[in-house]
Design a protein around this ligand. Sequence first.
Ligand code: AMP
Ligand code: ZN
Length: 479
Amino acid sequence: MSITLFNTLTRTKEKFVPLKDKSVGMYACGPTVYQYMHIGNLRSFLFEDILKRTLLFNGFKVKHIMNITDVGHLTSDADAGEDKMLKGARRENKTVWHIADFYTKAFQDDVKKMNLLPPAKLCKATDHIKEQIEMIKTLERKGYTYFKGGNVYFDTSKINDYGKLSQLDLDADSQARVERDPHKKNPHDFVLWFTKSKFQEQEMKWPSPWGSSGYPGWHIECSAMATKYLGKQFDIHCGGIDHIPVHHTNEIAQSEAANSKKPWVKYWLHNEFLVLSGEKMAKSGENFITLSTLIEKGIDPLDYRYFCLGTHYRKPLMFSYEALEGAKAGRKRIDIFIKKIQIFGKVNNKRKQDSSIKKLIEKSKNEFTKKINDDLNTSEALATIHEFIGEINKKISPEGIDKKNAKEILKFMKKINSVLGIIDFKEERTPKEVELLARMRLMARNNKDWKKADELREKIKEMGYVVGDTKEGYDITKA
Ligand code: AMP
Ligand code: ZN
């Protein structure tokens, strides 16, 4: 089944055909490590994770590269504002190197907790200064740069399709920009290399052909590292929608100019924002929620993952704790179903194999693939799984379900979870004592001894478990 993806470059859904056979080169703009990631950033990395998992599900090989922005870039995308790393260092009274290292590790920790597949290579901007200088030298040699006021600038007037990604109306947009750098020939020109720091305490500095100490502009790091690890042309580049007008627009301009290849990237994919109280969640804003905040409130990172999957990545997602509760309940339904089937997979009972289950799995797999391959429609893919669970539940009799059928179901659920990543298949052993009490409670209920049944329920609760009544008898979950 083919995959279609919405390409920001053409503003249409396109059939996905990689440049080379079944191998996909994918670059994702990574975190700026001067602060913890907020859950909006994690929504972005999750969208990339689902994209990668969907490609793998469809039999593609994926080389996923992500950068770590650890060079002190400015708070505004357009070469203005404060140095982000310095801001973090001042806040915590540490060196910028210390800050970068600490928040890189915190990011990797979030990646694990959110069950995001780690990139093939997580590359730091500070480890690739040589490659960035080389690319700027190439641009200089080809006549795309000018040196003014201590900075090397990219001259956007030298290319005729600047702004094609953002479909910029260059004239109107130029008028709209308030803050102007007097050294820029055109308002859209951008800095490739700074030799004169605006900040006295700038710690991250390197020698270059343009002066004894300086540092790169932001956009060049992604062009240099993507080219190094994925080549002069590759398949997919992604990030949040805030990257469209400046960062990705400039990455395209300098990479196509340096590499002499058009298009640099075949498919550009962007996620919409996580929104809180009507505003984009931002590191600089008040509405900053981290994964640790959620965990402290008793929310499993996988519940947040499930919550994000309930909305298409190209739609804004409104955050609220109430909505998260809904996600938690949805994931729990799947979890209970899995635990139940895992038990049926182990016991011999009187049930005969039901051939309609295999057919149902086939149908649901097709449906799931159709949804997820349609520009990663996670919410409808999830709905398919809930429908499947409902159908199977109808087929479970008081004796349970045939062992082989249970195994088929588990195999299917593992397959779809290779994309969704929301199910924990670890089999938790319920303590024998709890199991015994639950059985005694069932007997009490069968004898209509409600008092005894309630007492036993309380005892089970004291041991940290909740017993629920089902058609087949009972299920036990952790409190
Ligand atoms: P940063 O660490 O700021 O460079 O951001 C890392 C990624 O998160 C980028 O791809 C951003 O576009 C994305 N991002 C930032 N804020 C949000 C948000 N509120 N919702 C979704 N994605 C975001
Ligand atoms: Zn980037």
